[in-house]
Write a protein that binds this ligand. Structure first.
Ligand SMILES: Nc1ncnc2c1ncn2[C@@H]1O[C@H](COP(=O)(O)OP(=O)(O)OP(=O)(O)O)[C@@H](O)[C@H]1O
Ligand SMILES: [Mg+2]
Length: 447
């Protein structure tokens, strides 16, 4: 990540000396001759750090600090001040400056202070991203009528212990809905365990769900506790339930009826108190017709059916989602992103076959690749601009887009060749089944 610094200093020699020295460290540095000029630059660009003199004609460093804290709260400010003026500097620290340095100073001392501050910023950014991936609880964004209905249903469903079947197209937010149900329920402070039935090889799934006794099969050197036992007192989400093999469907049905499990290779029945949530993007009634899903299990699972609307059905939420994701990704990078009106218009027109996941991925990519924080129409992927994939491929100059187009085509071909069998398709492609599953998610490819 390029570090961007702004130096505000009225004395020319000082300004140029600091500017040159910081540029030599490999940082991108701009300079302003007073507070007002600095402020104009802050409104235009995103800076990690501002190094400002306190005494300047017109707008001084103290006023600049106040404006920056208001306009760009994540930009840090270091103040430079002459000896005898430390009272001022200390009051600036109280108002949010990160540090101050007394003039005249050693340039190495300045570099040291800047580097120390940048290290802290990096750690802060890492914390944000860790919180994002650790915290299973993420807000469900959207206030359109379908979303309001969904939120109401979630709060009703949370009050009971009934099994819930969450259905909806890929990327609509089923996992977030499941987490919301758990965290609003009386089990909120108990474990919330998620099992992805599609990403775990069929042979390992039973042990993953119910655990196994030592010696139950080759390689079972220790007794292992399964996810159902781990979730005791809490909630388990059986994600991608449509991919649960038939033999395990029978076992799951028994667990739901008897509230007890049996470890692989074990003889004892272990009582469990687990609330079961299931999610799938598959049409289970179709799966029943094809003989791939048990009808009795289907009725047992959907005690309360919850259906998550597609993004097309709640277009009114697109701008709210954009604001949320841009803020999230911006925060990770210490930048403030916005969309040009043409971009908002194109996003509103696009049907988003991959739903919220697709919108999120597009915005994440833009915040990494777009050359300026104001995202323009030409920064958008071709399909959103309404340009066809084959045309796009011929004239494509962006490597990432060209690779994505080629990858999509290979995956579709492999799935066609293997009649939708993911294990075989993964083999043909030379990638793992999990990797294939993730890529299908990313590109919104269905079997
Ligand atoms: N209403 C929402 N507000 C904020 N983020 C959302 C919302 N809905 C979905 N997302 C985000 O979109 C992405 C996809 O959501 P999620 O994984 O829950 O989809 P899914 O319905 O389980 O899809 P799949 O069937 O492909 O597994 C996640 O990054 C999630 O955080
Ligand atoms: Mg999911």
């Amino acid at each position: 990540m390029t570090v961007r610094i702004l130096v505000a200093e009225d004395e020319e020699i000082m300004r140029i000396t600091v500017l040159d020295h910081l540029c030599d460290q490999g940082w991108q540095v701009d300079a302003a001759i007073n507070g007002s000029e600095a402020l104009a630059l802050v409104k235009k660009n995103n800076y990690d750090l501002i190094i400002s003199d306190i005494r300047m004609p017109g707008m001084d460093g103290e006023k600049l600090l106040a404006e920056v804290k208001h306009l760009a709260p994540r930009t840090e400010v270091i103040l430079m001040t002459a000896h005898g003026n430390t009272d001022n500097a200390v009051s600036c620290l109280k108002k949010g400056a990160a540090d101050y340095i007394l003039k005249p100073f050693d340039l190495d001392d300045l570099t040291f202070r800047v580097q120390r501050l940048l290290n802290i910023l990096t750690i802060k950014a890492r914390c944000v991203s860790l919180e994002n991936c650790c915290g299973q609880r993420q807000p469900l964004i959207g206030s359109s009528p379908p979303m309001q209905q969904l939120l109401k249903l979630i709060s009703q469903v949370s009050q009971s212990d009934a099994t819930v079947l969450i259905q909806g197209d890929s990327g609509t937010g089923k996992e977030l809905v499941a987490a919301a149900i758990h965290y609003e329920s009386r089990r909120a402070d108990k474990p919330y365990i998620r099992v992805n039935c599609a990403a775990i090889p069929a042979g390992l799934l039973e042990s993953e769900l119910f655990g196994h006794e030592k010696g139950a099969f080759t390689g079972a050197e220790q007794t292992s506790i399964g996810k159902f036992e781990l979730a005791d007192q809490g909630t388990i989400l059986l994600d991608e339930i449509g991919d649960l093999p038939l033999n395990l469907q029978v076992k799951l049905l028994r667990v739901l009826q008897e509230h007890e499990i049996e470890r692989v290779g074990g003889r004892a029945l272990i009582p469990i108190d687990v609330r079961v949530l299931c999610a799938t993007a598959r049409n289970l009634t179709e799966e029943i017709k094809k003989g791939r899903f048990r009808e009795d299990l289907y009725y047992r699972l959907q005690v309360i059916p919850v259906s998550v609307p597609t993004l097309r059905e709640r277009k009114g939420d697109i701008s709210e989602l954009c604001d949320f994701f841009l803020q999230q990704f911006g925060q990770e990078r210490g930048l403030t992103f916005s969309l040009s009106p043409e971009v908002s218009q194109a996003l509103n027109k696009y049907p988003f076959p991959g739903n919220v996941r697709e919108l999120r991925n597009v915005l994440e990519r833009l915040t990494v690749l777009a050359p300026a924080p104001k995202i323009q129409l030409w920064d958008l992927p071709l399909e959103i601009r309404g340009i066809k994939e084959d045309v796009a491929e011929k004239g494509e100059v962006n490597l990432a887009t060209a690779v994505a187009v080629a990858e999509k085509r290979c995956i579709r071909n492999a799935l066609k060749k293997t009649a939708g069998n993911k294990t075989e398709a993964a083999e043909v492609l030379g990638i793992s089944r999990k990797n294939l599953w993730e890529k299908m998610k990313q590109y919104g490819i269905k079997t």
